[in-house]
Design a protein around this ligand. Structure first.
Ligand code: UDP
Length: 239
């Protein structure tokens, strides 16, 4: 039995790149699509926010002298490419989907309309929220938090490709780094833990949206997360 009625799954762009580090790895995206299908079969309503870091990051562009807002719009467009790729794989696996974009491109996808998104979810279609929030200076983590609040999702499942939870130090550098089982948003903000950016954390904290950080590298983990099995780090509350 699914622990949650409605979830927002946040996939970083890098999760789609697999070991190649750039672009979209066909095997990886197929594996993610199959895992999402398993969750849909449980009856869970699934919304997905995909990042764009495997193609373009606004900060990187602006560091090289590009206007930040322009670089961020490019990042948002990158998330549309990823969302279309995931939509393609999901449909290939016979999962009904809709992509909604925060920047209108009607030939490609529906514009984001909250009530329509909720209707799709009720009909058990997977809704992919693309083009971030539509605003530069934001991230797709913030998009996940915002959309989760808007559609009244029960949880944000943050699937990571390089770490299996939240640690007190970078586990790839410090062998003594300790993983937390549970944290509050206040802990995350106070200790500057690299879970998500502070805009996203604050939005989750203020709106009481729990967040589960876990690894997507092990196949089947998305389903385990939805079933409420013990994995990753849960972040909630403000104390
Ligand atoms: N972005 C933006 N506004 C948003 C969401 C994303 O400007 O609301 C841009 C920003 O430049 C960001 C890029 O899109 O660097 C890709 O998103 P993100 O870095 O969140 O992707 P991820 O790290 O999850 O792959």
């Amino acid at each position: 039995m699914s622990k949650y009625k409605r979830i927002v799954l946040k996939l970083s762009g890098e999760a789609l790149a697999g070991n190649q580090g750039y672009g979209i790895d066909p095997e990886v995206i197929q594996s993610i699509a199959a895992q999402i299908k398993d969750v849909v079969k449980l009856g869970t309503e699934v919304a997905v926010v995909v990042g764009g870091g495997n193609i373009w990051r606004g900060m990187a562009g602006s560091a090289k002298g590009m206007d930040r807002a322009t670089a961020d719009y490019m990042g948002m467009l990158a998330t549309v490419m990823n969302s279309l790729a995931l939509q393609d794989r999901l449909e290939h696996n016979e999962v009904e989907t809709r992509v909604q974009t925060s920047i209108e491109m009607r030939q490609v996808a529906e514009p984001y309309i909250r009530r329509k998104a909720i209707r799709h979810l009720e009909k058990k279609r997977v809704v992919l929220f693309a083009a971030g929030t539509g605003n530069p200076y934001f991230s797709t983590d913030t998009t996940a938090a915002l959309r989760a609040a808007e559609i009244e999702a029960d949880v944000i499942l943050m699937a990571k490709n390089n770490v299996d939870g939240v640690y007190d130090a970078d586990p790839s550098v410090d062998v003594n780094a300790k993983k937390y089982d549970e944290l509050s948003y206040f802990d995350v903000l106070r200790d500057g833990l690299g879970v998500m950016d502070s805009t996203a954390s604050t939005l989750c904290m203020d709106n009481d949206i729990p967040l589960l950080v876990f690894s997507i590298m092990e196949e089947g983990n998305i389903k385990k997360a939805v079933l409420g099995e013990d994995l990753g780090t849960i972040v909630r509350g403000n104390k």
